[in-house]
Ligand binder design. Structure first.
Ligand code: NAP
Length: 336
């Protein structure tokens, strides 16, 4: 790939696509040209970016001629339909959807954890699920030192994890509810305003939903550790943006909360916010717009040998999606 690639953003009008543009600008990502791709619904519309006006184009198999790098976030079925065309045209696809994450030929990468996997790509590199990224960035330094045997995760996932329209739905439902009007459900399956419900993904025969299964499978692949035990409960909460998670880990070697705090304070992509006196810990309102995953409430879990509990929060549109994808692309450019 060139040092100054021709870039396409597939799904540019969405929550992730819009954040991706902001991050390309913020991080001064080099590009020779930029192509804005979305569905036929948006084609022809103008989009402003860095003092220029771009025309949004409909994404088709022919959209990738002359493109070196594609950031894809238009949904799994669109990536499945179009990624191979992009690769045939000579591009590398950094894919934010779940389409290829578990494909053994496709690296699944969190740059703070397994950047070495990027070089093994055959045209597609997958960005992990947002809840997986938010859990694993702070768990990796602990795993390296004390070897995690088991993880129990409970998520508190923001509405925007289901896209820009779900975020709007939370705002509208809140206004309608407070005004005493009937609440409309169009994007999410249940009322999200003033409510909490099990993650809106398909539930398998074993009772686990797809989000929970993703966390389990992706953790093993990213950590290169099939033996690690992990189970999760994934839930939507009426938060606009940034996911939070309660994490319980059992380690092979003992690691005190103080040792973990010290380790995490030095870890890339992590910020420790753990003020017991002020009852001040990570909150989604404060992690919104941030790239670091905030960690706090570090304490002993006395119910198992070598148990450690913590609460984490991170912006799932940034580090959980767009920032992680741009970090992968930055490493790709350096590898040329
Ligand atoms: P979103 O806000 O609903 O945006 C979807 C994007 O896909 C829009 O740009 C839409 O374009 C485009 N699109 C839809 N159908 C298309 C088609 N047939 N051809 C071309 N483009 C099409 O969704 P999002 O939240 O950004 O999520 C996008 C992907 O990223 C999903 O796979 C999601 O699982 C993943 N992801 C999301 C998050 C998150 O926090 N939101 C985090 C990690 C990963 P139009 O505007 O033209 O319809």
């Amino acid at each position: 790939m060139l040092k100054n690639p021709h870039v396409a953003v597939l799904g540019v009008t969405g929550a992730v696509g819009q954040e991706l543009l902001a991050i390309l600008e913020e991080r001064k990502f080099p590009f020779a040209s930029l192509k804005m791709l979305a569905s036929a619904r948006s084609a022809g519309r103008d989009m402003q970016f860095m003092d220029r006006t771009y025309k949004i184009e409909e994404a088709t198999p022919d959209s990738f001629k002359g493109i070196d790098l594609v950031f894809a976030s238009a949904g799994g079925s669109i990536s499945k339909a179009l990624a191979s065309h992009a690769v045939k045209a000579g591009a590398v696809v950094v894919d934010n959807t779940s389409a290829f994450r578990m494909d053994p030929e496709v690296p699944l990468v969190i740059p703070e954890i397994n950047p070495g996997d990027i070089a093994k790509h055959k045209g597609i590199i997958a960005n992990p699920n947002c809840s997986t990224i938010i859990a694993l960035v702070p768990l990796w330094p602990i795993h390296k030192v004390a070897k995690i045997k088991r993880i129990i995760a409970a998520t508190y996932q923001a509405a925007s994890g289901a896209g820009a329209k779900a975020m709007e739905e939370l705002k509208l439902q809140t206004q309608d509810f407070l005004a005493g009007r009937p609440v409309k459900k169009e994007v999410l399956p249940h009322q999200i305003a003033f409510n909490v419900f099990s993650h809106n993904s398909k539930i398998g025969a074993d009772g686990y939903n797809e989000e929970e299964v993703k966390m389990v499978k992706e953790t093993k692949k990213i950590f290169h550790d099939d033996a690690i035990q992990i189970t999760a409960t994934c839930v939507r909460v009426p938060v606009l943006r940034a996911h939070s998670e309660a994490l319980y880990v059992e380690t092979e070697k003992p690691l005190s909360p103080d040792e973990a705090r010290e380790l995490l304070a030095k870890a890339p992509g992590v910020k420790v916010i753990d003020d017991r006196e002020k009852n001040y810990f990570p909150m989604p309102l404060e992690t919104t717009g941030q790239d670091d995953i905030w960690v706090g409430r570090l304490r002993v879990d006395p119910t198992v040998k070598n148990g450690l509990a913590m609460f984490v929060s991170g912006d799932q549109i940034r580090k959980g999606a767009a920032t992680n994808a741009v970090q992968i692309a930055e490493i790709l450019l350096k590898q040329q």
